[in-house]
Design a protein around this ligand. Structure first.
Ligand SMILES: NC(=O)c1ccc[n+]([C@@H]2O[C@H](COP(=O)([O-])OP(=O)(O)OC[C@H]3O[C@@H](n4cnc5c(N)ncnc54)[C@H](OP(=O)(O)O)[C@@H]3O)[C@@H](O)[C@H]2O)c1
Length: 274
């Protein structure tokens, strides 16, 4: 087996569930983390049926709750893992102007996208120095740019890529690989969760052109991890946009993003609509 233990956060849906299915044959022990326990149990049953001998621990946990995180970390520390893969996938977005963001959603976004990712990484990384391991942090194409109407999310994912790049260099001498995954849009529950009540954001035609299948993100990122890449963009289109965003001078980017084509007004009206 390639790993003694694989830990996946956000395993109850979307990319996280797909990582669990893709990785189940590479370990004897898997820990699945998310809030929806029923979903985790169903996934675990499915994985065990397909991979006899695989042990799956479902850990229902609200990663936005510091006490629940401490309990989870305590549980992880009690497992003797050997070589470990940590997939920090759990995350959420919030579409709309920051001025109208719900206080609770702001807190949850910061706790899950940033604090939980850093704390879970901290909990396993020291053991990886001794026993080996790898880390996949799911960031976003949004990490490459500041995004009005998606400001906090894009900033939180900039944290993820910056942190991952630096950690990768620190861990290189211990043979621990760290990969930041930077998808553009993917069909999962992400859009529904990011949507605010009463706001119909729709899908811009350009955005539709950028969707990548879940499997392409997961399989491609596992290949990128195996070859020691620092970042993974799941298609040429997404990669090209990332390159363009990073290459544009700030004044040009400010000009383009200042047009805010995806703006939603405080009362829910889209720009240009009555
Ligand atoms: N889909 C996209 O377009 C897209 C694009 C770029 C990057 N991403 C990133 O990809 C990652 C996975 O998202 P996805 O697209 O697969 O969306 P998703 O289907 O909504 O999955 C999000 C996962 O995160 C978990 N999660 C959210 N809040 C949590 C909390 N408080 N505690 C524990 N778990 C929590 C959810 O589980 P529970 O609800 O059961 O807790 C779920 O399993 C995220 O980091 C997202 O930012 C997505």
């Amino acid at each position: 087996m390639e790993y003694g233990l694989i830990i996946i956060t956000g395993a109850s849906s979307g990319l996280g569930a797909a990582y669990a299915a893709a990785l189940a044959g590479r370990t004897g022990q898997m820990v699945l983390v998310a809030r929806r326990a029923q979903r985790l149990e169903e996934l675990a049953a499915d994985l065990k049926a397909k991979h006899p001998g695989l042990q799956v621990a479902c850990c229902p946990c609200d990663l936005a709750d510091p006490t629940a995180r401490r309990e989870l970390i305590g549980r992880l520390e009690s497992i003797s893992p050997g070589r470990t893969l940590l997939v920090n996938d759990a995350g959420l977005g919030d579409y709309g102007e920051f001025a109208t963001a719900e206080e609770e959603k702001v807190r949850r976004l910061l706790e899950v996208n940033i604090v939980a990712l850093a704390e879970l990484t901290r909990a396993v990384v020291a053991r990886m120095v001794a026993d080996g391991g790898d880390i996949i942090n799911v960031a976003s194409l949004a990490a490459d740019v500041f995004l009005p109407d998606f400001a906090l999310y894009a900033a939180s994912k900039s944290f993820v890529t910056s942190f991952s790049e630096a950690l990768r260099l620190e861990m290189r001498e211990y043979g621990v690989r760290v990969l930041a995954v930077c998808p553009g849009p993917v069909h999962t529950e992400f859009g529904q969760v990011a949507q605010r009540r009463g706001y119909d954001r729709g899908d811009a035609p350009l955005k539709r052109w950028f969707y990548t299948p879940v499997e392409t993100v997961v399989q491609g990122s596992l290949r990128a991890l195996a070859t020691g890449k620092a970042r993974f963009y799941p298609s040429f289109k997404v990669y090209a946009i990332g390159c363009l965003l990073r290459a544009l001078p700030l004044w040009a980017l400010r000009g383009i993003l200042g047009l805010r084509p995806r703006r939603v007004h405080v009362d829910g009206r889209k720009e240009g609509n009555p």
